[in-house]
Design a binder for this molecule. Sequence first.
Ligand code: 13P
Length: 250
Amino acid sequence: MRTPIIAGNWKMNNTPKQAAQLIAELKPLVADADATVVVCVPAIDIPAAVQAVKGSKIKVGAQNVHFKESGAYTGEISAAMLKEAKVDYVIIGHSERRQYFGETDETVNQRVLAAVKAGLTPIICVGERKEQREAGYTDALVTYQTLIALQGLDAKEVAKVVVAYEPVWAIGTGLTATDEQANETIGVIRKAIAGKYGRAAANRVRIQYGGSMNPKNVKGLMAQPEIDGGLIGGASLKAEDFAKVVGFNK
Ligand code: 13P
């Protein structure tokens, strides 16, 4: 059985002070969670978040990582820096980075390799745009995005990563994939992983759904057999809402 993983992606929200405050509110609300709980915070918030989660099971994640170990890459942050700051997870290849910051499947792959090498758990985002779904390319696209992202990892490493299926048309729009759509596409991703890395790895890898997941729709989505968790944007910015998503089975 896979342990569910609910991760908040705060995106570019919350200053360090606000981060500490939000986590302080969240802590008692998720104390008895059955899921892995992660908050992926802006880089500048990491020290405050790491301090704030002390005494709880909440893990801290980053929202990006550079693929080189060090060097002349102004503005970038390495995997070793995140690791030393006590970050455990890192979102890689979010559609907003693909759309606004030129992220490609190849750079996603390089970042995944750097993260895994440093002992971070990547949360690898894949997902189709509206016109790609309408044209019938969803399955081929998420298969390609997933397999390229994982290239160079062995089956044991693949078993430990997290994949987030986030249909771009469902992000921040209030539109959610139906429970069945999300389950089906996540099933496609798992099958692709099984084809290349074997059933054992595919059965262990945790695959989240992301895109307007909230306290209202989380139960139905999480009841689907392929869906192992959620990557939550808007609803992760209020402690009460995020705690309700974390407590989907209560
Ligand atoms: P929303 O939950 O705000 O739609 O964002 C989803 C997302 O992009 C999480 O990474």
